[in-house]
Design a binder for this molecule. Structure first.
Ligand SMILES: [Zn+2]
Length: 225
């Protein structure tokens, strides 16, 4: 039985804690640009759109550490951000597959990267740094695009991986010494894989529970896409 939390109303169905957790932003790729790509999860099976509205993008900028406060985001900016996100994703997938990224996608990256980035401002009294720009959203997207350019054109490009977790499409940079990291998170997809292996060893009666339509208790890793 999944636990449900009380955000239901007569017009909206109850949302399970697991469904809510699936909407959390992922920051485990090691790179800002791939973290943006992860705002569309479960790409190979059931896509999870985590940038459903302009407010989600504003929140992502905050959680990504790009901006202290949520900037004004409108629908047009959201569309631009999603376009950049998909260009980053496709370029990274091409590089993983040993192919050249599509020129159109690279052009999207370069266009965003050409916008002046965020400017640091030092406070004289507190020495706190804040980041500013005439156009905060465009500048924040420029930061993301510049990260993508740096990643795809630099030595870490060879270390871009896709999580091996079942149903997980998260891309990450493998900075392990051996270069054999397989999962976006050991406590998530890695753990889920361990549970699956254990079930396979445990006999057919357990495996039967994994047939479509049958109820089976899923480990927390299910929400790690
Ligand atoms: Zn994963």
């Amino acid at each position: 039985m999944e636990t449900s939390i009380g955000i239901s109303s007569p017009t909206s169905p109850r949302v399970s804690a697991r469904e809510l957790a699936a909407m959390d932003f992922r920051f485990r790729s090691g790179r800002r640009s791939l973290d943006l790509a992860a705002t569309l999860g479960g790409r190979h099976r059931r896509p999870i759109e985590r940038l459903g509205g302009p407010g989600d993008l504003a929140r992502w900028f905050g959680e990504a550490g790009l901006l202290a406060g949520p900037p004004p985001v409108d629908d047009d900016r959201l569309i631009l951000a999603r376009e950049l996100r998909e260009a980053i994703y496709r370029c990274a997938r091409s590089v993983i597959g040993g192919a050249a990224p599509a020129p159109g996608d690279v052009a999207v990256l370069n266009a965003h990267a050409a916008v002046p980035p965020l400017v640091p401002v030092l406070d004289a009294a507190t020495r706190a740094i804040t980041w500013t720009a005439p156009d905060l959203v465009a500048a924040a997207l420029s930061e993301v695009a510049r990260d993508a350019v740096d990643l795809l054109g630099g030595p870490q490009a060879e270390r871009i991986r896709e999580c091996a977790g079942d149903g997980c499409s998260l891309l990450f940079v493998d900075v392990s010494g051996a270069g054999r990291r397989r999962w976006c998170a050991m406590g998530g997809c890695g753990n889920l894989e361990k549970v699956r292996r254990h079930r396979r060893r445990s006999g057919p009666e357990r495996i039967a529970g994994e047939r479509p339509g049958e109820s089976i208790e899923r480990p927390e890793g299910e929400a790690f896409r």
